[in-house]
Design a protein around this ligand. Structure first.
Ligand code: AMP
Length: 298
């Protein structure tokens, strides 16, 4: 296996100025793996409850995503998240988070999963992220995402987890909140002193920036006229980024720059419809067409 992700597999309830959806497949590992599956073999480590049906998991089968380490607790309930966006779609308001089966989750990795070349620690409790990281000491590249809930409630554990990864992929508000430093450049430099060799800051409709100790690289977001639901854009970006890297032999900075463009391309599709609806039916031709358009633009 080339790429492994640990993160949430969820049922989301989402409200945007353009529509509402009460029950849709979401979660960091779902968005990430569907996006990455266009570039590489990807497997999920996570947990769902007895309410997660065959039909809910159908997209994983369609996209050939490994679910051998996706545990099912028959008498438990799947993780639930409810959120709302205002006209400024860059700001998500969490209305409700129910950890459910994630509250007692102990990630168990098969030997095949442990041998994955790349690992993504998707947004989930940082102790769980570290438990997975520690089972894969030889992974060639490990990246991490997180969110305000974990920064506010479990910061010490999160900083410990960050110290053990190569790449941190977070949004600008999270970088400021995590460091307590309002200037983004200074905040990025601070995070890099903790150990990671690269930091990617996602800036919603303003694009994304890559910071390394020596360099800075930034790309705009793909210009879209209609953004419908931004939920999962960050994970979809990370899925394109890590999926593309997993398809490459050399994981150097040039590859990371190309991977950022693929990440942005995938995220730009994700926001066009609710949940995973748009990305799950993408074609390689559509991805390549937008990649070329992106390259011309930049
Ligand atoms: P994003 O890419 O940041 O928009 O991620 C959105 C996804 O994160 C949603 O599909 C949610 O199910 C999931 N999510 C929200 N809060 C949490 C949390 N505390 N832990 C894990 N996953 C979460």
């Amino acid at each position: 296996m080339s790429l492994l992700v640990v993160g949430s597999v969820a049922f989301d309830a989402v409200e945007t100025p353009f529509g509402k959806c009460d029950h849709i497949l979401g979660g960091s590992a779902s968005h990430f793996s569907i996006s990455a599956s266009f570039f590489t073999d990807v497997s999920i480590v996570g947990v769902v409850g007895g309410d997660f049906t065959e039909a809910d998991g159908e997209v994983f089968r369609q996209r050939n995503i490994g679910t051998g380490d996706l545990e099912r607790i028959p008498n438990g309930k799947t993780f639930r998240w409810a959120g709302r966006y205002e006209y400024d779609l860059n700001v998500a308001h969490t209305l409700d988070t129910q950890l459910n089966v994630f509250a007692d989750f102990k990630p168990k990795l098969s030997e095949a999963s442990k041998a994955s070349r790349l690992l993504f620690l998707g947004n989930i409790q940082p102790d769980l992220q570290r438990e997975v990281r520690e089972q894969m000491p030889n992974a060639e590249l490990v990246a991490l995402d997180t969110m305000n809930l974990w920064i506010e409630n479990t910061r010490d554990s999160l900083v410990r987890t960050i110290k053990g990864v190569h790449v941190v992929i977070i949004n600008d508000a999270e970088a400021r909140q995590l460091t307590g430093i309002p200037n983004l450049i200074k905040a990025a430099r601070e995070i890099l002193t903790w150990g990671p060799k690269a930091l990617i800051v996602k800036r919603g409709e303003y694009g994304a920036a890559l910071f390394t100790p020596q360099d800075y690289f930034a790309i705009p977001a793909y210009p879209l006229e209609s953004v419908f639901d931004p939920t999962g854009a960050g994970d979809t970006f990370a899925g394109g980024f890590m999926g593309y890297l997993a398809s490459q032999e050399r994981l150097d900075e040039a590859a990371m720059r190309r991977a950022m463009i693929f990440g942005s391309v995938m995220a730009s599709f994700n926001v066009e419809e609710f949940g995973t609806n748009r990305v799950r039916r993408l074609t390689h031709a559509e991805i390549n067409e937008r990649f070329q358009a992106f390259k011309q633009m930049t």
